[in-house]
Design a protein around this ligand. Structure first.
Ligand SMILES: [Zn+2]
Length: 157
């Protein structure tokens, strides 16, 4: 069980959050676009902390699960919590892939492939614009006004 409230944002919250996005963020998060390789701001981020959903603030990945995949997109071998991402079969562009979206708000995050490193063998290939970042020791974003989850919010890795 995750300590986070996974109730989707209300229509009003969704409208307000959408208004705060840049054109590129909207294109990726809401229209399933992909950013150009090697351009994302988080590709070379080596800081310790937690990567969150750019749209709703839900923690998605820990820096300790980040690895250099050589693909040009930030890559992780394991999510913050399995319940925080939702996998969707994606047959667009003539390929069979697994898309991943935020389990709370449904925003497009990237794709997951089965050629990642141990221990999971998964490679979560993310768009930087789909992510926010909270450095270790700082408070997680609370974009939906849900308050801190029960217990200490865990931004460590
Ligand atoms: Zn989200």
């Amino acid at each position: 069980m995750t300590a986070f409230d996974l109730t989707p944002p209300s229509d009003v919250q969704r409208r307000d959050l959408t208004a705060g996005l840049s054109r590129d963020e909207r294109r990726v998060l809401l229209e399933h676009g992909t950013e150009a390789a090697f351009c994302g701001v988080f590709l070379d981020n080596k800081k310790h902390g937690v990567y969150t959903c750019r749209f709703c603030g839900l923690p998605l990945f820990r820096s300790s699960a980040k690895f250099d995949s050589g693909t040009g997109w930030p890559s992780f071998f394991q999510p913050y919590h399995d319940a925080h991402i939702r996998l969707i079969r994606d047959t667009s562009h003539g390929m069979l892939r697994t898309e991943e979206v935020c389990a709370r708000c449904g925003s497009h995050l990237g794709h997951v492939f089965q050629d990642g490193p141990r221990p999971t063998g998964d490679r979560h290939c993310l768009n930087s614009v789909s992510l926010g970042f909270t450095e270790q020791g700082h408070a997680l974003p609370d974009l939906l006004g849900r308050g801190a989850p029960e217990g200490q919010p865990d931004t460590g890795d």
